[in-house]
Design a protein around this ligand. Structure first.
Ligand code: F0G
Length: 381
């Protein structure tokens, strides 16, 4: 690799000591991570909310979602273990990410997606990166079952979040939040689908908090020596973790799997989450909870973020902000809190949804100066 000493080279480079990589691990990366933590300026003020709300914009990862954090880890380890092909079921983002990292690694990718129920941008990504797309006449949960069954018979490595390396990669989001804030937030709000990401956040925050690490004492000042925790960002607490779902796909709110999940937020159209126990443990240990929002509320928040903050996330991501606002207004999240919401994916992936619900004026005029001026004067009036 050419020498560029100051260049950021992704998570496995940045957090090498905190991740299951060794000198013999071939690093497959797209310089993922290092995403911005943006302060919401207008929405809290408009809503009369007394809190600092930050959004971790994971849509700015290389393939436009947080999945890249897990995929760099999972694909690097798959390659190290001699695998030639990876497989996943997906509501879209995992397949886009798997396809890109497989391309980078020179591996084959097989992606199972629910026919007609993934955002067109995500499908374009999987196809463009050369994955074999297998459309199934079922939902994500059916795809997950088929992937497990297939992997028993075919030489393919599963890169869904049941692959433990995925959560290891994804835990780094918490490291970055702690580094940016200089502490852990009081609350961390995020969308929950298959429930891997909320669990990964919790692993990451727990590793930042010395009180949760028995082996670390005051004497350890993260010296950069042989200490395995060298370079870990430090926090003296962990956040309350709050998971939000779409009303039609809310197994954690209902307390049981949902047979026919449905929501406009196709990324989280999941009824039988694989990381069920981990997510419940996260909520229990952190003192958190789950809640659900209907599709209209989710789309309204997506639009609010775009119109009032200039941030374009996908519908599934917006539910985290719907939840934070509701819980701050009701007092369930205490006034004065520092709240971080993970915006898991980029809005451009689902342009159909965006255009369908946009109320922005589109004016068609002749290509003449007077016509353009009249249109502008009319809009300003
Ligand atoms: N937000 C987005 C944009 C997602 O794509 C997903 C999951 C989630 C939130 C939920 O995260 O599953 O870890 O609870 N997408 C998966 C996929 C299922 O196939 O792309 P989770």
């Amino acid at each position: 690799m050419p020498d560029a000493p100051r260049a950021y080279r992704g998570l496995l480079d940045r957090y090498r000591r905190r991740l299951p990589v060794s000198d013999s691990t071939p690093i497959v990366n797209l310089y993922e991570g290092n995403t911005p933590l943006l302060h919401l300026e207008n929405i809290p003020r408009d809503a009369g909310i007394d809190a600092e709300i930050w959004v971790k914009f994971e849509g700015l990862n290389p393939t436009g979602s947080f999945k890249d954090r897990g995929m760099t880890m999972a694909v690097s380890r798959a390659l190290e273990e001699g695998s030639r092909a990876i497989i996943c079921a997906s509501t879209g983002n995992t397949s886009a990410s798997a396809a890109a990292y497989a391309a980078r690694a020179g591996m084959q990718a097989f992606v199972l997606i629910p026919d007609g129920k993934i955002a067109v941008g995500k499908l374009a990504q999987a196809m463009m990166h050369g994955a074999t797309v297998i459309k199934i006449g079922g939902n994500f949960d059916d795809g997950m079952r088929l992937v497990r069954e297939t992997a028993e018979e075919a030489p393919v490595t599963i890169v869904n979040s049941i692959n433990p390396y995925r959560l290891q990669g994804q835990k780094t989001v918490a490291f970055e939040v702690v580094e940016a804030l200089g502490r852990a937030p009081d609350y961390h709000c995020l969308p929950v689908g298959n429930a891997g990401n909320i669990s990964a956040h919790w692993i990451g925050y727990s590793e930042c908090c010395p009180e949760e690490r028995n082996c670390i004492t005051e004497a350890c000042n993260f010296c950069g020596g042989d200490c395995p925790y060298a370079g870990t960002p430090l926090a003296d607490s962990r956040p309350v973790m709050v998971g939000y779902q779409a009303r039609g796909a809310a197994p954690f709110v209902e307390g049981h799997p949902v047979e026919k999940p449905d929501t406009v937020a196709t990324a989280i159209r999941i009824g039988n989450p694989q990381s069920w126990d981990l997510a419940l443990a996260t909520a229990r240990e952190s003192g958190g909870w789950f809640d659900a929002f209907d599709d209209d509320a989710i789309l309204a928040t997506q639009k609010l973020l775009a119109e009032r903050e200039g941030i374009f996330c996908e519908p599934a991501s917006a539910v985290a902000v719907s939840g934070a606002i509701k819980d701050l207004k009701s007092g369930r999240i205490a006034a004065g809190s520092t709240v971080v919401c993970t915006l898991t994916g980029h809005g451009l992936k689902d342009s159909d949804i965006a255009i369908a619900q946009s109320s922005a004026p589109v004016i068609t005029v002749r290509a003449e100066r007077n016509a353009v001026r009249d249109a502008i004067m009319g809009a300003l009036a």
